[in-house]
Design a protein around this ligand. Structure first.
Ligand code: B12
Ligand code: SF4
Ligand code: SF4
Length: 350
């Protein structure tokens, strides 16, 4: 058995859905995709320049010769119904830094096996050391669709990981995934902020996923607040609307800790938490909102309540006017005005 075959066999044994290996230089053409993106998006280089190193991880790791890439299916987890309109599912069942999850344990055991084989490795769990969608595509694990997501025949609900290794290996598969249906634009039409403005073109600055996790001290315009709808952390609109994801979520297993956390994640409950509670309960799992910007949770919760026209939220909003953060107090006042004017317009005689 070749080393590549042994690695694949181990990945399968551990329940890691897909695994392939590419030579490090196979990533170089990601540079061209990135350049196209920077040319198409306003302030492209300022936003995307930081990803240049993804095209050649050998610059930071001169010993790296190949890249092992894995894709773990997370669409088998049960997501509490009440959270679906508010959270990107990937973040709810995030295996990164959750040692109790089956996927995290499989990935640790897999890495230990690579060391047993005598391979030197480098990986980065949170942000990755290279462009993971492109690496998975080059390894033939699946395709990249027009919404930029990596898909296998089981849809896009895959979390990707990669290890740089110091040996020249290659294991490339032939994916069996149909192309996007001709003229399909469901993902583009579903994007609430028009961040996904054309096939393979999205602007990370206006993506709800980025807006809802921003650490900059700012609140948003009325237009952006409205476009963010009920999302509190992340956004799945361009995946949920895709016909290639129809029926792919399996809802079979419990993700460790999610049920206990669920009640705290609803917008009214978020408003009732003090910042120490938010830090203790949420900061580790939802690490994009940093400890210095925990008020972002409350701004997002208030926004979700307003866009949901939740009259029952008025007491929580009145209380939020006493919040220690000025941005939250201002937003609560704005929300009370908005709910008041929505109520007046809905009762106005026609
Ligand atoms: C930065 C980042 C973000 C940023 C910016 C996203 C972005 N698209 O650039 C923000 C914070 C907004 C974000 C949000 C989310 N992210 Co993110 N993110 C990343 C990160 C770290 C880098 C992405 C990157 O390279 N961006 C640069 C641009 C140029 O790449 P791109 O938009 O992905 O475009 C790709 C394709 O379109 C392709 N391409 C371009 N033109 C063409 C043309 C053709 C013909 C083809 C075939 C391909 C192609 O080139 C790019 C190659 O990767 C990766 C992890 C990693 N290290 O790769 C995770 C990653 C992409 N994110 C992921 C996820 C799940 C999300 C969210 C869904 C979370 C959520 N529920 O809210 C959202 C979705 C946002 C979106 N629509 O993409 C997953 C995606 C898994 C998958 N199945 O695709 C990744 C891979 C993380 C992981 N470990 O699994 N993310
Ligand atoms: S994640 Fe949401 S906001 Fe971002 S591109 Fe997709 S639909 Fe648009
Ligand atoms: S919604 Fe349509 S165009 Fe967009 S990724 Fe899915 S199949 Fe492709």
């Amino acid at each position: 058995m070749t080393v590549e075959e042994r690695i694949l066999q181990k990945a399968r044994e551990l329940g890691i859905g897909k695994c392939g290996i590419i030579k490090a230089q196979a990533m170089l053409d990601y540079g061209a995709r990135l350049q196209e993106r920077m040319d198409r998006i306003p302030q492209g280089p300022a936003l995307y320049g930081r990803f240049r190193g993804f095209a050649d991880p050998r610059e930071a790791f001169p010993w790296a010769k190949s890249i092992i890439i894995s894709a773990c299916f997370y669409g088998h987890y049960h997501i509490p119904q009440a959270l679906l309109p508010h959270y990107g599912k990937y973040y709810l069942v995030d295996m990164r830094l959750n040692p109790a999850s089956a996927e995290a344990q499989a990935l640790r055991a897999f890495e230990a096996y690579l060391h047993e084989l005598g391979l030197r490795t480098a990986t980065e769990e949170k942000y990755g050391l290279t462009a993971l969608r492109w690496a998975a595509f080059k390894a033939g694990l699946g395709c990249i669709r027009q919404n930029n997501f990596f898909y296998t025949e089981e849809g896009s609900w895959f979390a990707l990981n990669a290890w740089l290794i110091d040996r020249e290996l290659e294991l490339i598969h032939s994916p069996q995934v149909p192309a996007c249906p001709p003229a399909c634009t469901c993902c583009i039409r579903s994007c609430p902020t028009a961040s996904l403005s054309a096939p393979y073109t999205m602007n990370m600055a206006t993506c709800v996923s980025r807006l809802s996790t921003a650490n900059e001290v700012c609140s948003y315009s009325d237009e952006i607040n409205r476009m963010m709808g009920r999302w509190i952390y992340g956004c799945d609109a361009c995946q949920n609307s895709c016909p290639m994801n129809k029926g792919t979520w399996k809802d079979r297993d419990r993700f460790p800790g999610l049920e206990d956390l669920a009640s705290w994640l609803l917008p009214e409950q978020l408003l009732s938490l003090d910042y120490e509670d938010i830090r203790k309960r949420l900061s580790e799992k939802f690490f994009y909102i940093q400890e210095g910007s925990l008020w972002r949770w409350k701004l997002n919760a208030i926004n979700a309540l307003v866009n949901d026209f939740q009259e029952a939220a008025v007491p929580a909003l009145l209380k939020a006017q006493e919040d220690s953060c000025e941005l939250v107090r201002e937003k609560a006042l704005w929300a009370l005005h908005r709910i008041g004017s929505l109520r007046r317009s809905s009762t106005r005689p026609t």
